[in-house]
Design a protein around this ligand. Sequence first.
Ligand code: G6P
Length: 500
Amino acid sequence: MSKAGFDFVVVSNRLPVDMQEDASGEISWTRSPGGLVTALDPVMKGAEGAWVGWSGAPDFAPEPFDADGTFLVPVPLSAEEISEYYEGFSNDTLWPLYHDVITPPAYHRAWFDVYETVNERFAQAAVEQAAEGATIWIHDYQLQLVPAMIRQLRPDVKVGYFHHIPFPPFELFQQLPWRRQVIDGLLGADVVGFQRRSDATNFMNCVRRLTAVKPRSNIFSVHAHNGTRRLVKAAAFPISIDSQSFSRLAHSEEVKKRAEEIRADLGDPDVIMLGVDRLDYTKGIRHRIKAYGELLEDGRVDAASTTLIQVASPSRENVTAYQDLRQQVEILVGRINGEYGEIGHSTIHYLHHSYPQEEMAALYLAADVMLVTSLRDGMNLVAKEYVAARYDLGGALVLSEFTGAADELGGAIMVNPHDIAGLKQAIVDAANMPAAEARRRMRRLRRKVMQDDVNKWAQAFIASLDEMGQRNETNGSYAPSISSAAEPVEPVARPVGASV
Ligand code: G6P
């Protein structure tokens, strides 16, 4: 660190590392797989970056430490805060509300109070790290109050916010008893980024309906702290993956060999279908399995020569809606396997695990048909990973219209997962697609995914934030920092896991 504080600070609910504790109680950290970390790596290293987030464990927040060029700043959460801020308000209020109320959101005043307290803690931790005039980039729905809190504490910094999940239409958002606080929180940012244009439009509608601000375009002005006006930009920045490295991984000898092994282990079926999701009710897993079960029943898919692999990674297991879903999915899978399985051959391979990226790449390579049937999804990066893995131009992608990815991936077979008859037909079409058509579609899909990677996404967001920051500086809506607000913490070098 060359001066007081960091020039670039990322804030997200989770830190980009996973914690491991060995038998002797020794803690080590490995970098979480995922595009966001990779995309921000060059920015973090180039610009003296710090990352503020939760360690993932209750009451565990070690001193800030340096991990492979990024300064990580753990924010503590107590067991009660995890229950009320994370499992409660974030994942049992906002998550279902923002995903078309697929399950009913729970509204509890006590949860919101804790959400506010925890958002304040994240805001405080972020400003403590930020140098004068720094850029702070906040991520996702768990932290929607943080932009305005930071703006209040530090009028000198540029504030960006990216919303990774859908932003609902006003008619749904209206239900939220704290709707005004959330909108005011987000309006603290210079740039509010969304996955799709329709999300940005929904947000601007909510601003129009709930505040005195009446946006006429996607750059509009709000009152600044010092009586001037400040510009806010709301726009779509569709996120992506590290396409090159995923494609390279799929191309490696080990992954190709593993894909062949998977096929052989399954008894070399004619068709392998694949679903890969967090076990979440937004993903349409039940709809997909129901359609598959009916196809077996109708005899349109042959149980002996077809296998469906469903990877369902464990998620938010303390939230009742997730426990219910697990039970429903497992009953459905059990019933179908009971009906159509044979000794040595299950027709559905249901895997309630998370896998490393190498194994995922091998599964994608082995799968003839990829099923992405979300009922609502901000983007869905699994669809993009599948495309990036198919350097061989093989495979067919069935993609729900209700994903952000559907706006971009024109080469997929689009489905409405609520329309079970249509979904069944799409699955049959994908399984029987002539090779030439499949190659043509995959080529088109790859052009998009390989070109628009996560690095381009991050650059576009940051460029937009720089531009808005400069315009606001010129307008005079920024101010020098309030001196007491920012007491930067010196980094402490810490040994970390080898692959951090
Ligand atoms: C979605 C959200 C992320 C979240 C992830 C995993 O992708 O947009 O913010 O981190 O799900 O969920 P979890 O609750 O385990 O963090």
